[in-house]
Design a protein around this ligand. Structure first.
Ligand SMILES: [Zn+2]
Length: 187
């Protein structure tokens, strides 16, 4: 089977950007095959003028609200495929929680991709910290995160998605149904 087939661009259009109001917003929709999960639509909006960017991922097949837990225990785990929709909550206990919301992005990545985003956020926190206490806290978190990325420290990662459009694709991942009463009501 030709591997290149999985990245077909379905549609690409230029629209007015919701932020800067210029006709410089590229909307893209494509379909991608994620092994052991199914086909997904990937949507993205990128403004070449003001750099506004929004992306999301949606399973072609309707999925049930889900919760995935995974224990990161080696460097190999960095390669584990992750589908994260904009409605997902990603919990990395004692380090951070990525919450859904208007600024939340959806994408197909791997564990390393998720951790790299967290790393970037903590580095920003460290570099902009007003006092030593906050800077020290950020530094400690960063150390923990790096140990995790190098497989030196076991760490759990949990993804909850009321839309069912997220997954951690590994035999080691534990999948459970997400209870309806845990669905957050968003404004
Ligand atoms: Zn713009």
């Amino acid at each position: 089977m030709p591997e290149q087939e999985e990245n077909k661009i379905k549609e690409e259009t230029v629209n007015v950007c919701p932020l800067c109001r210029q006709k410089t917003l590229t909307l893209m929709e494509r379909e991608m095959e994620v092994p052991y999960f199914g086909n997904v639509f990937i949507f993205s909006m990128t403004c070449s003028n003001c750099k506004y960017h929004k992306s999301d991922v949606e399973s072609v097949e309707q999925k049930e609200p889900c919760k995935y837990s995974f224990e990161i225990s080696s460097q190999d785990d960095m390669k584990v495929r992750v589908v994260k929709s904009s409605e997902a909550t990603v919990k990395i206990p004692h380090i951070t929680t990525i919450t859904p919301g208007p600024a939340s992005q959806g994408f197909v990545t791997n564990i390393e991709g998720i951790l790299s985003r967290v790393k970037y956020q903590i580095e920003t926190l460290r570099d902009t910290a007003e006092d030593d206490e906050d800077r020290k806290k950020a530094k400690n978190l960063l150390k923990k995160l790096l140990d995790m990325m190098w497989g030196k420290e076991k760490q759990k990662i949990i993804i909850e998605d009321p839309s069912g459009n997220s997954a951690i694709i590994s035999d080691k991942a534990v999948k459970e149904p997400l209870k309806a009463n845990k669905v957050k009501v968003e404004k």
